[in-house]
Design a protein around this ligand. Sequence first.
Ligand SMILES: Nc1nc2c(ncn2[C@@H]2O[C@H](COP(=O)(O)OP(=O)(O)OP(=O)(O)O)[C@@H](O)[C@H]2O)c(=O)[nH]1
Length: 211
Amino acid sequence: MAKQYDVLFRLLLLGDSGVGKTCLLCRFTDNEFHPAHISTIGVDFKMKTIEVDGIKVRIQIWDTAGQERYQTITKQYYRRAQGIFLVYDISSERSYQHVMKWASDVDEYAPDGVQKILIGNKADEEHKRQVAKEQGLQLAREYGMDFYETSACSNLNIKESFTRLTELVLQAHRKELAGLRAAAAPADLARLDEDELPPAGAEEAPKACWC
Ligand SMILES: Nc1nc2c(ncn2[C@@H]2O[C@H](COP(=O)(O)OP(=O)(O)OP(=O)(O)O)[C@@H](O)[C@H]2O)c(=O)[nH]1
C-alpha cells in the first residue's frame, strides 16, 4: 500500500486570546470561517497533509488557548513543536506588544532550533488597524522570522504561511530526512509522549470547526 505521508511534523499556534488562532487553523484545514469567538480550552489540534518539494508532509497543528489561565497546560506542548506561529491581531496593538512575551516563552520552553513565523491576522479589518505592516516587518526582522499578514476571514496568505513554516521545518530537519525517499516507514518527528496525548477523540476526528 502506498505511504500516506513521508513525514509527520508538529506545528503550534500561539498568541493572545481572540487574535484568530482557531480561525486560521479552521481556514487552513477545512476552508471554513465562523464569526463567533469560542475560546479554546487548553489545547486542540487538527491534521492536514500537504506536499512540499515532492515530500508528503502530514502536519499536526496544535491550537492553544490564548487565555492566561491555561498557560500552565499549553506550555507543556511547546517542547515537541518543530514550528511555531506567533500570532497577533492587526487591530490590536496590545496583542502585538504581547508577541514579545510569547516569543520569550518560546525561548524558554520550546526546543532549540524550533522554526518561527510571525503572523499579523485580521488583515481584512483595515479600518480598525492599530498595527502598521511596517511594525510587523520590523518585529519579524528583530527576531529573524518570516512575516505574513493574513486573514482567516478573507483567506489571505493562509496556505502560504502554513506552507512556508512547513518548508522551514523541512529545511531545518534536512539531515534527518536525507534518506526519506528510500525509507519504508514514515519519519515521525512529532511522536506523542504519553503525558501529552491529545484530548480524547481529537485525533483524525477533529472537533466541529467553530470558525
Ligand atoms: N475580521 C476577522 N475576524 C477574525 C479573523 N480571524 C478570526 N477572527 C474573529 O476573531 C474572533 C476570535 O477568533 P478565534 O480564532 O476564536 O481566536 P483565538 O485566537 O483562537 O482565541 P482563543 O481560543 O481565546 O485563544 C472570532 O470572532 C473570529 O471570527 C480574521 O481574519 N478577520
